[in-house]
Design a protein around this ligand. Structure first.
Ligand code: KIV
Ligand code: ZN
Length: 515
């Protein structure tokens, strides 16, 4: 039997710390369910003590996920550990992840603690955590810039206190692969005591994946990563790259394997890009739009003769279905539509299926070809269960004199329709002002992105907005899709507003603490 590498996904914790990547609770649950389908061993669902929103997300994810271990990050303080244990109560399998910084620069300037105080704090935290759970991970923040002798001292002490996984992060993305490999090799003797060594690398110098692989080659049996390498600054280690390196070059890894269902990689990447509004760059390995595109004539010729000339991974192995055209049309039935949804990696209940099917039929009436990406976009909207306090009914724009635009918008609330109009400097401005007038809530638009979902002049427009509805609170993201760009804009803005209303109480407390 192959020896397994645990895949620890931190998209919902470290990934979410990326600017603009914050997700609402419904979106986090959706991502967690997809991570479970992907087969990750551990889902780090958040940092329970950092905000009521994180606490609730971990609690809700713990209730629905059955096969992956759910984990919460905690500082080495009792209040954080207690809060994490409470949030994880319903998890079938749970892990407490405690961290403290161990480099001289972090201990002196950030923690303002002496090394022996740091050891004491870590040991007390692990001993306390052990009274609440059996699966305990300990991380030495900034391990790659820490003194080796000190690392040895603290790791010995936390193992004695009950830690079962030891993580050695390259927090600032500073290490080279050789150095990372050496750090892991230094502690590989601990694996004989049943300890799992873990790597957690950041990509500031573009070496996160190489460093993680060096860790594996030297005895690490857990890799911490995120989908699409999401993460603050240069990002984290890309899950899809680590998994496909281990699979593609398995002859070099002595039978090491992961439990990842690689065909779920692309659907997971798409989902994370959709909910965060952060798309991988086109040339991103494995999941970028051009990752399997062959432009040069010589390459195309080789590919036609034998795909292995230029292709080291079959696109289908990572879930990319290259014929993106849906072979369904307006005469297709519900059963064929359900099959298509399944092949795209979605699992929907009857109500979601019915709603998506209705929208699909309407789309077939107005669009010549319906693509897989169109279906994905519809499903992403129909499977996000945020209470729809406001629902958009109608948007009409006309250009008026002196360069002004006039928008008429109609919105329903509790089944009652409300309409209003406003003048603005451009169509977006006029629409959003009309919505503000109807709802009585003024949003401050921080970011606006528009792109086509698929190709063709009749492509669906997808709009992503980030809006601040309350001073000193984070921007809330909203999405909208429609054949008409301005209707998509109005939908995105109303969706951000509904999302804000659903989390208003959670936002009341102090701002979220990050690591
Ligand atoms: O980068 C880091 O050191 C972390 C720890 C909290 C694990 O994210
Ligand atoms: Zn990190």
């Amino acid at each position: 039997m192959s020896e397994m590498i645990k895949i620890f996904d931190t998209t919902l914790r470290d990934g979410e710390q990326s600017p603009g990547a914050s997700m609402n609770i419904e979106e986090k649950i959706k991502v967690a369910k997809q991570l479970e389908r992907l087969g990750v061993d551990v889902i780090e669902a958040g940092f329970a003590a950092s905000s009521p929103g994180d606490f609730e997300a971990i609690e809700r994810i713990s209730q629905v996920i059955k096969t992956s271990t759910i984990c919460s990050l905690c500082r080495a303080v009792e209040k954080d550990i207690w809060s994490a244990a409470q949030a994880l109560k319903s998890a079938q399998s749970k892990r407490l992840h405690i961290f403290i910084a161990t480099s001289n620069i972090h201990m002196e300037y950030k923690l303002k603690m002496k090394p022996d105080e740091v050891i004491k704090r870590a040991v007390n935290a692990i001993a306390y955590a052990k009274t609440l759970a059996s699966d305990i991970q300990f991380s030495c923040e900034d391990a790659s810039r820490s003194d080796m002798g000190f690392l040895k001292e603290i790791l010995t002490a936390v193992v004695e206190a009950g830690a079962t996984t030891l993580n050695l992060p390259d927090t600032v993305g500073y290490a080279l692969p050789e150095e990372m490999g050496k750090i892991i090799a230094e502690f590989s003797y601990l694996t004989q005591q049943g300890i799992v060594l873990s790597v957690h690398c950041h990509d500031d110098l573009g070496l996160a994946v190489a460093n993680s692989i060096a860790g594996v080659q030297n005895g690490a049996r857990q890799v911490e990563c995120t989908i699409n390498a999401l993460g603050e600054r240069g990002g984290n280690t890309a899950l899809e790259e680590v998994v496909m390196i281990l699979k593609t070059r398995k002859e070099l890894f002595n039978g090491l394997d992961t439990r990842i269902t690689t065909q779920e990689i692309y659907p997971t990447s798409k989902l994370v890009a959709d909910v965060t509004g952060i798309k991988p760059q086109p040339n991103k390995a494995i999941v970028g739009q051009n990752a399997f595109a062959h432009e040069s004539g010589i390459h195309q010729d080789g590919m036609l003769k034998n795909p292995q000339t230029y292709e080291i991974i079959k696109p289908a192995d990572v879930g990319i279905i290259q014929n993106n055209t849906l072979v369904l049309g307006k005469h297709s039935g519900r059963a064929a539509f359900r099959d298509k949804i399944k092949s795209l990696g979605f699992s929907v209940d009857d109500e979601e299926l019915n709603k998506a099917f209705e929208r699909f039929k309407v789309l077939c009436d107005s669009k010549k070809q319906v693509f897989d990406d169109d279906i994905r976009a519809i499903l992403n909207e129909e499977t996000t269960h945020i209470p729809q306090v406001f629902a958009l009914e109608l948007t009409q724009i006309s250009a008026s004199s002196a360069g002004k635009y006039c928008a008429v918008v109609s919105i329903t609330k509790d089944g009652v329709a409300y309409s209003d109009c406003a003048l603005g400097n451009g169509s977006v401005d006029s629409i959003l002002k009309s919505i503000d007038r109807i709802t009585g809530i003024t949003g401050n638009l921080k970011d606006y992105q528009v792109e086509s979902v698929s190709s063709g002049k009749d492509a669906l427009a997808k709009v992503v907005v980030r809006v601040v509805f309350e001073a000193n609170k984070p921007a809330i993201m909203g999405h909208g899709i429609d054949l008409d760009t301005m209707s998509a804009t109005a939908k995105a803005y109303v969706s951000a507003l509904n999302s804000y209303l659903s989390m208003k109480d959670l936002l009341k407390s102090s701002p979220k603490e990050n690591t």
